[in-house]
Design a binder for this molecule. Structure first.
Ligand code: KG4
Ligand code: ZN
Length: 347
């Protein structure tokens, strides 16, 4: 049974799928009233990646504080909330359980409906949150081709409308963000690797070293493992000695990742005669990728969209916004809902 919501229903979103603890209040699925995020980068940087046990412990410590912060910043009390939306997966089980347990407790105490949100759909829907001065995309922008590039996923999906996702391709090995994280670890740039590579690449020569642009014939799939290995081999044979060397390696790697993503996105958009091309996920915060998307839109003659950088990386506003649409599509979830480490975008 679907859930009827007002155009102004305040949704409390909770996100704890990986190492970001997020809580947000979004009105009517489109207007962000608050978006509180506590990152754990400082805890994981020494390990060069997320340590699941540390992540879930920190979520437990801060979930209440972050939820209170989101409500305060939105000037909203729990009595004014009409729906709780929480990430159900994909993600780290221990991390997901913290957010889902908090959401269930609030829903039970305040007699509120609860809706389970797919983290991947939340990333996509972050494109449909109205930002000040912007209008939501009109329905004549479908079919839309969407590139979702994060630390755990790199997928291409065809959308016929909001909520309809046809998975066209995904990575066969590493995700784009994972490849950037591994390259940053190799270059000793810290975690998360994407922003570190982007920063180190500034002023570097993107053509300094010759790296492959992995391509899988007759497929929309991606592969980044070979690219990562090519960088590792190069570094083994030519250890970087100066900041300039590191900068050139970071710029060359970033360029190869962006070229690979854009080439596949471009071919897919042409094949399906997309009326709009959008991106989502943490990697979509990358400035080089964003400027290449703009150029792609110009060459295809179609509008492009990409969420603001703080809405590309994990956050709860996207979960609240997605929850508003999902609850009206599928109805409320039961209080005994489970969490899932893997969950496809299209079900
Ligand atoms: O969506 P997200 O926050 O979490 C997942 O759902 O995985 O994505 C995190 C990934 C990490 O691999 C991180 O290195 C990458 O997104 N990332 C970036 C940038 N900011 C985050 N990659 C490239 N450039 C960035 N500015
Ligand atoms: Zn994510």
């Amino acid at each position: 049974m679907t859930l009827q919501l007002d155009p102004d229903t305040h949704v409390l979103g909770i996100e704890t799928s990986c190492d970001e603890t997020g809580a947000a209040v979004v009105a009517g699925g489109r207007h962000i009233l608050s978006n509180a995020v506590a990152t754990q980068d400082d805890l994981h940087t020494v390990f060069g990646g997320v340590v699941p046990e540390i992540a879930s412990r920190r979520h437990t410590e801060v979930i209440t504080l972050i939820t209170d912060k989101a409500l305060q910043e939105a000037d909203t009390s729990l009595e004014q909330i009409g729906l709780i939306a929480v990430t159900q997966g994909p993600g780290l089980i221990g991390s997901l359980l913290v957010g889902v347990s908090a959401a269930k407790a609030i829903a039970a105490c305040y007699g509120l409906p609860l809706v389970a949100v797919n983290h991947l759909e939340a990333h996509v829907i972050s494109n449909f949150i109205a930002l000040p001065g912007e209008q939501p995309p009109a329905s004549d922008l479908f079919p839309t081709v969407c590139l979702l590039a994060s630390g755990g996923h790199t997928s291409l999906a065809l959308m016929h409308r909001l909520g309809s996702y046809e998975l066209l391709g995904e990575t066969r090995d590493d995700a784009a963000g994972e490849a950037l994280d591994k390259a940053a670890r190799l270059l000793e740039l810290g975690y998360p690797g994407g922003p570190a590579i982007e920063q180190a690449a500034a002023g570097g020569d993107p053509a300094a070293i010759d790296l492959p642009r992995p391509y899988i014939a007759d497929s929309h799939d991606f592969s980044f493992a070979g690219l990562k290995t090519a960088l590792a081999r190069y570094v083994q044979a030519n250890a970087p000695e100066t900041t300039e060397d590191i900068s050139n390696l970071a710029a060359s790697f970033q360029q190869a990742v962006v070229d690979t993503l854009i080439r596949n996105l471009s071919a897919t958009a042409r094949e399906y005669q997309a009326k709009q091309v959008i991106m989502a996920g943490g990697v979509a915060a990358n400035r080089l990728l964003r400027s290449n998307l703009t150029q792609l839109g110009d060459s295809l003659g179609v509008p492009v969209a990409c969420p603001a950088p703080q809405l590309c990386t994990d956050n709860a506003a996207m979960v609240a916004a997605a929850g508003y649409f999902v609850a009206q599509r599928t109805g409320a979830s039961s209080l005994d809902m489970d969490v899932f480490s893997s969950l496809p975008l299209s079900q």
